[in-house]
Design a protein around this ligand. Structure first.
Ligand code: ADP
Length: 265
């Protein structure tokens, strides 16, 4: 059983979330994990093989609860990007199911995908911002492509830009921004549709240690406002300092799932 939240619903009430989420009960070192009944996201026996015979993910079972902040770690080639691609429906699993808010997202119809993707924000190491556009325009673009009325865009963008601490740079072009500022813009853009889940794929890979922590603090702030944050990272210091749930994958398998985990490869 999972919480019955309609992922197609745009203006639903945000659920109350504890600022310090309860850590997952599951700590098994195998793929026989029990699905807890207050999960929002569930991977059930998920496998993904690519053409050519690579088994990128093998029998992956784990769940994520409302309000969690978890790190996803694993050596290069372990299957982290594949897991993320499955979660944003960029790839389909070869076997198993992935439930998000009660729906098996592997069965979503093509026309449902845009609505689903609005509920999942993603940020990347290389920011993926639109060049030659301002902070405002970058964030506004994510709303424009969803046919949001201009009046709403004018109102909403400054609010989100404020949330990420960039109000004074709202008219700046992306080329004029520091790495940390660029990542803030990409976070703002990922948040425009109030996603239930924010996936951060190596978000601090291009940042210095001080800026890294500013971005991690911002991710925490977003998490405390009720968004699940999944942080895929190679940054051992960040993971160890966070002292939060750590899911480790190796050679496509979930090898460890610790409520207060460390970066151990
Ligand atoms: P990670 O993000 O942990 O580095 P990936 O998910 O990118 O790992 O890759 C897992 C495995 O799947 C690797 O062996 C990789 O070479 C393979 N792989 C990833 N994408 C593809 C693809 N599109 N086609 C074939 N093999 C792929």
């Amino acid at each position: 059983m999972v919480k019955d939240i309609d992922i197609r619903e745009e203006k639903q009430k945000e659920p109350a979330v504890s600022p310090t989420p309860t850590p997952a009960k599951i700590e098994k070192e195998t793929n026989q994990n029990v699905i807890s009944n207050d999960s929002v996201i569930e991977f059930r026996n998920v496998g993904k093989s690519y053409p050519g015979g690579v088994n990128a993910l093998i029998d992956l079972t784990f769940s994520i609860k409302m309000g969690e902040f978890l790190s996803l770690v694993g050596p290069s080639g372990a299957g982290k990007s594949t897991l993320i691609k499955l979660l944003i429906c960029e790839e389909k699993p070869t076997s198993g199911s992935i439930y998000v808010a009660g729906r098996d997202i592997t069965r979503l119809k093509k026309k449902e995908l845009p609505f689903y993707r609005r509920k999942v924000g993603v940020i990347f190491q290389d920011f993926k911002l639109l060049p030659k556009k301002t902070v405002f325009e970058n964030v506004a673009f994510a709303l424009e492509v969803s046919d949001i009325p201009d009046s709403e865009i004018q109102q909403k963008v400054p609010q989100i830009v404020e949330l990420v601490g960039l109000t004074s740079r709202i008219k700046a072009f992306t080329e004029e921004l520091s790495g940390g500022e660029k990542q803030r813009v990409s976070i703002a853009r990922a948040l425009v549709h109030n996603p239930k889940l924010l996936i951060a794929d190596e978000p601090t890979g291009n940042l210095d240690p001080v800026t890294t922590w500013e971005i991690i603090d911002l991710l925490f702030k977003i998490n405390q406002q009720g968004t699940i944050v999944m942080l895929a990272t190679h940054d051992k210091e960040v993971v160890d300092t966070l002292n939060r749930r750590v899911v480790t994958v190796k050679e496509g398998r979930l090898v460890s799932d610790q409520a207060k985990g460390k970066y151990v490869l």
